[in-house]
Design a protein around this ligand. Structure first.
Ligand code: SAM
Length: 265
């Protein structure tokens, strides 16, 4: 049985470039295919953000990895956006994109897709520029600590959290997953919102040489984790069609949760 320590060691060989190639280019990010999974994720996030209920001063993306697609709608609703990741290689990858350095991943197609969903006729380059300006910091995170951002943010609590494919990908079992959710909940103001995307029934994924084990979650387990402290505002699931399966993970689907932290328990 795996442990938090063994998982952390395993992550040391995580390869951001390989991870991006496995998940954020076609077929998984094919904007001409209505069945493609990245467009599905972007639509879920955009719909929640269009509700008019989410917004405020600070948005924290818990465990950005080397990706920014997960904040493309939400960042517009906050004055400041903080990106985070456990690994220095991922924080460097994010900074490469933020500074528009050579070799940075091209998020243009995803940004263009979000502009189409939002329907304001805005050129995607304008959104890209705004996001780069809105991100104030890229900092370390460890969701297994009671203060996942250490002293970087304490004692401030924030208006919203985004997190995608994090908790199930770094927890050894379901109780640890639920505990990690509790830890990040501590960062959120009462009444604050969390937008969470996660894998369904995934036991492992690859990122170059790294083979990372994941807690295999059903829809029911995913929902149940929010029983303590949250009201679920929207829950959606996506079953990966044959055309979206790749040989670098065994995920069967993806979940989307929009949850609001209760004012008091
Ligand atoms: N958010 C990205 C996405 O949507 O594709 C990347 C998710 S990637 C599957 C999982 C991430 O978990 C990696 O970026 C890794 O650095 C991070 N991670 C590993 N251990 C962690 C920990 N203890 N606390 C927070 N994040 C951790």
């Amino acid at each position: 049985m795996s442990t938090i320590k063994a998982i952390a060691e395993n992550y040391q060989t995580f390869n951001p470039a390989a991870y991006l190639q496995n998940n954020y280019v076609p077929p998984r990010a094919d904007f001409s295919n209505p069945d493609s999974v990245v467009p599905w994720k972007l639509k879920c996030l955009a719909d929640a953000c269009a509700s008019g209920e989410i917004g405020g001063q600070i948005l924290v993306d818990i465990d950005s990895g080397p990706t920014v697609y997960q904040v493309l709608s939400a960042f517009e609703l906050f004055k400041e956006v903080i990106l985070t990741d456990f690994l220095a290689v991922n924080r460097e990858e994010l900074k490469k994109w933020l500074h528009d350095e050579p070799g940075a991943f091209d998020w243009g197609p995803s940004i263009n897709q979000v502009c189409s969903i939002e329907g304001k006729g805005e050129p995607w380059q304008a959104k890209q520029k705004r996001l780069r300006e809105r991100v104030s910091r890229v900092i370390p995170v460890n969701v297994h600590q009671s203060c996942p951002l250490g002293t970087e943010l304490a004692p401030v609590t924030v208006d919203a959290l985004v997190s995608s494919f994090c908790l199930e990908a770094c927890s050894p079992n379901y109780p640890a997953f639920v505990k990690a959710l509790g830890n990040i909940t501590g960062l959120l103001k009462p009444g604050g919102h969390v937008l969470m995307i996660g894998a369904l029934e995934e036991s492992y994924y690859m990122a170059g040489e790294a083979r990372l084990s994941a807690v295999s979650l059903t829809e029911e387990m995913t929902r149940k984790a929010y029983d303590v402290g949250y009201i679920i505002r929207d829950f959606r699931s996506y079953t990966l069609p044959e055309s979206m399966t790749v040989d670098t993970d065994d995920a069967k689907g993806v979940s989307f949760v929009w949850a609001q932290k209760k004012e008091s328990d």
